[in-house]
Structure formats: structure tokens, C-alpha cells
Design a protein around this ligand. Sequence first.
Ligand code: HEM
Length: 143
Amino acid sequence: MPSVPRVTKLLLSLHVLAAIIAIGPVTVAASMFPAVARRSDRSRLTLLHRICRVYSLVGVAVPVFGLATASSLGVLGDAWLITSIGLTGAAALILALVILPGQERVLAGEAVTRLGMVTGIFNLLWATVTVLMIVRPGSTTGA
Ligand code: HEM
């Protein structure tokens, strides 16, 4: 990134830091949840659910700093970014509307199907966004 303003570098650093700190734990805890649920280990299950819930909220910082970075770079209209925003939105909706409520239903004693599959799709969405962020297909501003 040659001749990029310092504030942009700061915003990008905070964006990537937020992605590592928040998305990492949610990915691991949500992936472990279905297997631990099968062993009906309640205290571990509660802990995994709490990690998912708390770090989902921390994860709000990822799009916030992402959008700030994008506007400071002037790339808000780029196709790779619009695609990333869409995929990030889809992942957030799956987390908030399917995974977290599904985990709550498991904790309440209900048998929940396909939680593992949905969690896998969720993880693939993050992986795709991360690749888009790094490869930035079609971008002429670097890479
Ligand atoms: C609304 C959603 C998002 C927006 C608006 C956004 C925006 C951006 C922008 C503008 C950059 C700088 C690219 C450049 O240097 O030209 C960036 C980099 C990056 N983003 Fe995002 N982002 C979003 C979501 C995510 C998510 C969900 C992840 C990971 C799970 C992520 C991971 C990264 C990484 C690792 C980089 C560094 C890539 C590099 O500089 O090589 N971003 N993002």
C-alpha cells in the first residue's frame, strides 16, 4: 500500500484485528458446538454459546472499520467490496437468525437439526470474504 494516509492504515489494522479477534472465536466455538451437544456436556455447551454470542457482538467492529477503511480508500463502489458486504451481511444474518437461536434451542433441550450444516455454510462465507479482501478481483488500486 504505497502512499496511503496513516488514518487509513490505522482503520485497516483495526478492521483486520477485529476480524481475527471476533470471527476466529465464533468460527471455532460454533464449529465445536454440535459435537459437544451430542455429548450433552452442558457446562461446555453453555460456554461455547456464550463465546459465540459475545464475540458476535465484538464482530460488529469488523464491518464498521471495514466500511470506514473502504470510504477512506474511496473503494466503496468496487464490485469486490459490494460482493464482500453482501456476503458479510448474509453471514451475519445466518449467525443472528439461525445459529445463535438454534444453539439456544439446543440448550433448552430441543433436538435441532442441521445446525452443523448451517455453521459450515457460515464458515465458508467468512472464508470467501477473507479471500475477496486479499485478492480484490478487478481492483486497480493495488494487489
Ligand atoms: C462490510 C464488510 C467489510 C468491508 C466493507 C470491508 C472492507 C475492507 C477494505 C476496504 C479493506 C482494504 C483493502 C485494501 O487494502 O485495498 C479490507 C481488508 C481486509 N479485510 Fe475487510 N471488509 C469487510 C469484511 C471483512 C470480513 C468479514 C473479513 C474477515 C472475516 C475481512 C478481512 C479483511 C482482511 C484480512 C483484510 C486485509 C487484506 C489486505 O490488505 O491484504 N473483511 N476490508
